[in-house]
Design a protein around this ligand. Structure first.
Ligand code: ZN
Length: 310
């Protein structure tokens, strides 16, 4: 026969595990964060790195890069509907999912919200705005993430939005974000020093994903070859070759997201060197937290190799 005290102990044990108190349930609840694109996924993971009750998922597959042609799957729509917080790049890069966003916008964060001016979003030349070389995306260039200084601004915006949504962890988010921002600022200083070597030099970028990075390094953008990731027409190429030949001492900058055949042709045709720079728009699905920093260090080395060490 079971002694009464033992029965009580068993009952209490069962009750604790089968029916945990409400606060224990709350403590185990995860904050489900969905980042739309690769760069904001990396930044967000760095902000929440010390908060085990957060989960950050990436919507557009890591290796896909710029989502200019991305089409949402039914599973993507489910993810958007079920996430607690959706971190967008903003500045127009996430326009492909606007119709799938919840009507109430309080669970979305636009990481690039503070960068509208830098992106040229207001008063941009846009698609109808003159020469190819002066083109930006309609409403501005959304690829501000390729500048470490602007990545820091995006990280702080993400951090403050998460801190507001999850005040219990606000200080943990802020500590991690400040640590990451310091590392981004160090990269920005390295790029700033390169400006002494690039003064007066122009750059023709394959895609405007590289514009912010090249601007940080002091290069003046002359033209964009593959606007919105689209292959230029023959007439476009003829115009580009004329434009590039008119500018001496420039370089071509290739984005590894896209095939380099056209860039190789332009390099040969214009007698202009081509350097590979990575805008950090894509990466491996298991990218470590310092992936962006590693990519930018490689870019800095490439620029130093080409223009000389500061
Ligand atoms: Zn792009």
């Amino acid at each position: 026969m079971f002694p009464v005290t033992r029965c009580i102990r068993v009952a209490v044990f069962a009750a604790l595990f089968l029916f945990p108190p409400p606060e224990a349930t709350a403590a185990r609840t995860e904050l489900a964060i969905l980042a739309t694109t690769f760069p904001v996924w990396i930044f967000t993971r760095n902000v929440v790195r010390d908060c085990p009750n957060t989960r950050v998922e990436l919507l557009v597959p890591a290796g896909s890069g710029c989502p200019h042609d991305y089409t949402l799957t039914p599973r993507d729509r489910q993810k958007l509907a079920s996430a607690d917080v959706i971190v967008l790049n903003g500045l127009g890069l996430d326009d492909f999912l606007r119709d799938a966003l919840p009507a109430a916008g309080d669970k979305t964060v636009e990481a690039g919200a503070e960068l509208a001016d830098a992106s040229g979003r207001a008063g941009s030349t846009g698609h109808d705005g003159g020469e190819r070389g002066q083109h930006t995306h309609e409403g501005g260039n959304p690829h501000q993430f390729s500048s470490p200084a602007r990545a820091a601004v995006m990280t702080r915006t993400i951090c403050e939005a998460l801190a507001g949504r999850d005040p219990d962890n606000a200080e943990t988010y802020r500590r991690a974000a400040e640590d990451y921002i310091l590392r981004l600022a160090a990269l920005a200083r390295q790029l700033e020093k390169i400006k002494n070597r690039t003064r007066g030099r122009g750059v023709v970028v394959q895609h405007d994903s590289l514009s912010a990075l090249c601007e940080d390094a002091g290069l003046e953008q002359i033209a964009v070859v593959e606007e919105d990731g689209q292959t230029p027409s023959t007439a476009d190429l003829v115009g580009l070759i004329g434009l590039i030949r008119s500018r001496r001492s420039a370089v071509l900058a290739c984005d590894p997201q896209y095939p380099d055949k056209i860039m190789a042709m332009l390099s040969k045709e214009c007698g202009m060197p081509c350097i590979n720079l990575n805008p950090a728009a894509a990466g491996p699905a298991d990218a470590p937290l310092d992936w962006y920093e590693s990519v930018m260090q490689a870019n800095i080395k490439t620029l130093e190799r080409h223009f000389g060490r500061p």
